[in-house]
Design a protein around this ligand. Structure first.
Ligand code: MTE
Ligand code: HPA
Ligand code: MOS
Length: 758
């Protein structure tokens, strides 16, 4: 079943924020953002901008009717800078003008006097200065300090992993339209309609029932619009409130890159202890998360780093500590994997370190330590593990040893091109780690012509959630999918939504939709029992647009049944609520059962490095992936391919660069390289994991949005293996316990070249 949006996407007819027809009198906003990363705001001069052509109003912090605050977890993020500035790109003033061009031109006429304060960009420096946004978090299993004493091998080191620009094709934006009696209708490119509604209410002082947020679809979010659509929604809302006119702001690419946060860079220290049989006995890790200048979603991201710090491995003694460090960069935020990938990169580095020093393949250590059924995660949940099955099935199908032998043979006869191979197991927990967020509602209407309308809080952002929800409704009613329409995510139809995130949107909103449809179906079948003179309702079902009795088609079709039901005054609408059962987490003990289930998988990645130039190509990514039982293989394969390429980009070519003054140097696509069609692996092969386990996913079809991104991590280690192959004759490290090549992702061609000849 193809994605329902595919036709309108290909024809250019899908509606994004910038395609919404404008109301007469619409104005355009543009912000003046801080040119300094940290300083005391002495004055701001808006005089020239205010009197410029077409300018209707200039707004600064003092003009706000509501609170100058959009920080959802910690109130540390003003909508407009006040008193101090904390990062380059922080919004300071809003210019509202008759056209986009005039707004931008006038914003450039604003100047600010800022007395510089010290700029911190390194999370370790921030931690040393006590700049923590929330107290440190810790997971403990067993007693790692004692366990290290009994390890045959202990290695320690450091791993650094950089951020990542979301580069959603559609930039951030909002269109705010005043409604009668002082209300607002907000069109926002957001993953979180309710998140935006709350932020808008806060800065305007309006109650939530006065603010409607509507989201048609996003041109990608990838986590970047879970929290960070707020600023632009707040800005347009405030401008619309103060001018009483509709106000639109769709960011230019360079504004978006400069002003919004990215995936969190991390720096980490690890210590890994193994016994003589290569069993990992103890693991200690300390994470320094570069949170940027405001809290945003950093604490839950940091928590997920801890949740995934042992990836797919069982380790009996673990101490993991994490620091949420305030720096003078734009606030970093959610990004596909939500901190999990960073945690996994560090344990994979520790394993690669041990493998290198012990002269064994990393895959041997990985294989020996995979989680088994009944093993305990450091956070107390007991694993229903498919880590071993996904590894073995992937290995049986794709044959890691053969790929390694092929690479070895190639390398033996090739001086300047070297091949490297790596394997990567992934175990990713599905559910928001904040338990109360795991709820959703669905509103289903069956109209008298038999067509079905579904509304949920799920936001379509290319991941196909609307297609899956339509499939759920079509299946429940036994209809063709063309009979079902999934409508916009709208806070008037669905209230108090969780953002579309944590890969859980199809599960949560799909389950709620299933419940709503089944409630209507049951009412319809009750009526049908009389109409077809069946003995009991249980004998009846809805299939192919007809009522079936004991598996046989009756003469009663769907449309007739629906119309009869309406005439009998049977309710053809339902609003259902779903809350994931069985999950909990207690931060006072850092133990619980936070995830409905885990997604498992294993990838084998092969690369070829050009050892004269430092360039490389990814030859293949072959994975065995746990779909549960996929309800839409086209959509799910698309998610895997996209996730892998995005993960490869993060690990290889995408390099976010801030200078010491906190200025983004990789501020455009000329200096920030993302994978294009030529850097996609020559082969992506996907083997569905064979398993008949029951799970809590909708129709047993497991969440797929984030986990595949982490297969990309293997590319880093494959490149590293190829580089090591070239360096075979290079002198080893002076200190026999440490590695020569630092763990420092991404492995850009520049870094590869330096590593080859280090
Ligand atoms: N796929 C596309 N095409 N565009 C996106 O923005 N976001 C990813 C993933 N896949 C994204 C995507 C992220 S970060 C998440 S959390 C999930 O989709 C969210 O959607 P789901 O819960 O429906 O899987
Ligand atoms: N994943 C994604 N987004 C979130 C989460 C999570 O676990 N918790 C809060 N927001
Ligand atoms: Mo995804 S990072 O949970 O939006």
């Amino acid at each position: 079943m193809r994605n329902l949006d595919s036709k309108s996407h290909v024809r250019g007819e899908s509606v994004y924020l910038d395609d919404i027809p404008l109301v007469q009198g619409t104005l355009y906003a543009c912000v003046f953002d801080s040119p300094a990363a940290h300083g005391k705001l002495i004055s701001i001069d808006t005089g020239e901008a205010a009197t410029s052509e077409g300018v209707v109003r200039v707004i600064t912090a003092k003009d706000l009717i509501g609170e100058n605050q959009i920080g959802g977890i910690v109130p540390d993020e003003p909508l407009l800078a006040d008193g101090e500035v904390h990062f380059q790109g922080q919004p300071m003033a809003i210019v509202v003008a008759a056209s986009e061009e005039l707004a931008r031109k006038s914003a450039r006429k604003i100047t600010a006097q800022i007395a510089p304060l010290p700029v911190i960009t390194d999370p370790r420096v921030a931690a040393a200065n006590g700049e923590l946004i929330v107290p440190p978090k810790k997971f403990v299993l067993g007693d790692s300090a004692a366990a290290f004493a009994n390890c045959a091998h202990v290695f320690e080191g450091r791993a650094d992993v950089n951020g990542q620009e979301h580069l959603y094709i559609e930039t951030q934006g909002t269109y705010a339209v005043p409604t009668e009696n002082g209300g607002l209708k907000i069109h926002s490119s957001t993953q979180g309609p309710t998140v935006v509604q709350r932020a808008v209410c806060r800065v305007t002082g309006l109650p939530m029932h006065q603010v409607e947020v509507d989201v048609q679809r996003l041109g990608g979010g990838f986590g970047g619009k879970e929290d960070q659509a707020n600023a632009w929604a707040g800005i347009c809302a405030v401008a619309a409130q103060l001018t009483k006119r509709p106000v639109k702001y769709a960011l230019h690419r360079m504004e978006d890159m400069r002003m919004t946060g990215k995936r969190h860079p991390y720096s980490a220290d690890y210590r890994i202890g193994l016994d003589k049989d290569l069993k990992i006995v103890a693991y200690e890790v300390t994470f320094y998360q570069n949170a940027g200048a405001a809290c945003d979603l950093s604490p839950p991201v940091l928590e997920r780093t801890l949740f995934h710090c042992t990836n797919s491995y069982f380790i009996s003694h673990v101490t993991a500590t994490a620091f949420c460090c305030r720096t003078n960069l734009p606030p970093n935020t959610a990004f596909r994997g939500f901190g999990g990938p960073q945690g996994m990169f560090v344990i994979e580095s520790a394993i690669a370190h041990a493998a290198e020093k012990l002269g064994v393949a990393a895959a041997e250590i990985q294989r020996k330590n995979l989680l088994d059924d009944g093993d305990e995660f450091p956070y107390g949940q007991i694993a229903e593990s498919d880590a071993i099955t996904s590894w073995t099935q992937g290995d049986e199908k794709y044959d890691f040893a053969k790929h390694q032998t092929d690479a070895d043979e190639f390398n033996a006869s090739s001086k300047y091109f070297k091949k490297g191979v790596a394997m990567m197991p992934v175990c990713f927990g599905i559910s928001f780690t904040k338990t109360p967020m795991n709820q959703a509602r669905s509103l289903v209407h069956v109209y008298t012509d038999g067509s079905v309308a579904v509304s949920t809080g799920a936001v379509e952002m290319g991941q196909g959630v609307n297609t899956k929800i339509a499939q759920v409704a079509a299946k429940a009613f036994g209809l063709d999918i063309s009979q079902v329409k999934v409508h916009t995510a709208n806070t008037l139809r669905i209230a108090n939504t969780s953002p579309t995130a944590a890969s859980a949107a199809a599960d949560l909103n799909g389950k709620a939709t299933q419940m709503a449809c089944e409630a209507i179906r049951d009412r319809l079948l009750c009526l049908a029992k009389d109409l077809v003179e069946a003995e009991k309702v249980e004998d009846l079902s809805l299939e192919n647009g007809f009522v079936f009795r004991n598996g046989e088609r009756t003469s009663l079709d769907w449309q007739t049944l629906v119309m009869d039901a309406h005439l009998e005054r049977v309710n053809l609408s339902e609003h259902s609520h779903y809350a994931t059962p069985g999950i909990n987490f207690d931060w006072s003990t850092a133990k619980g059962h936070p995830f409905a289930y885990h997604v498992y998988g294993t990838a084998i990645v092969g690369v070829t490095v050009d050892c004269l130039r430092g360039r490389y190509e990814v030859d293949y990514v072959k994975c065995c992936h746990d779909f549960g039982s996929s309800m839409n293989t086209a959509v799910d394969h698309g998610q895997i391919e996209g996730g892998i390429v995005q993960g490869l980009g993060w690990m290889t070519m995408e390099e976010v660069v801030y200078d010491a003054e906190g200025r983004l140097r990789s501020n455009a696509l000329s200096t920030y390289k993302v994978p294009d069609i030529y850097s996609v692996p020559k082969e992506i092969a996907i083997l569905p994991l064979e398993t008949d386990r029951e799970n809590l996913a909708v129709f047993n079809s497991k969440a797929v949005g984030e986990p595949p991104l982490m297969y990309g991590i293997a590319a880093y280690f494959a490149i590293r293996n190829a580089v090591a192959e070239f360096r075979k004759t290079a002198p080893p490290a002076a200190d026999s316990d440490s590695v020569v090549l630092p763990f420092d992702a991404p492995f850009t061609p520049e870094k590869v070249l330096m590593a080859l000849y280090r």
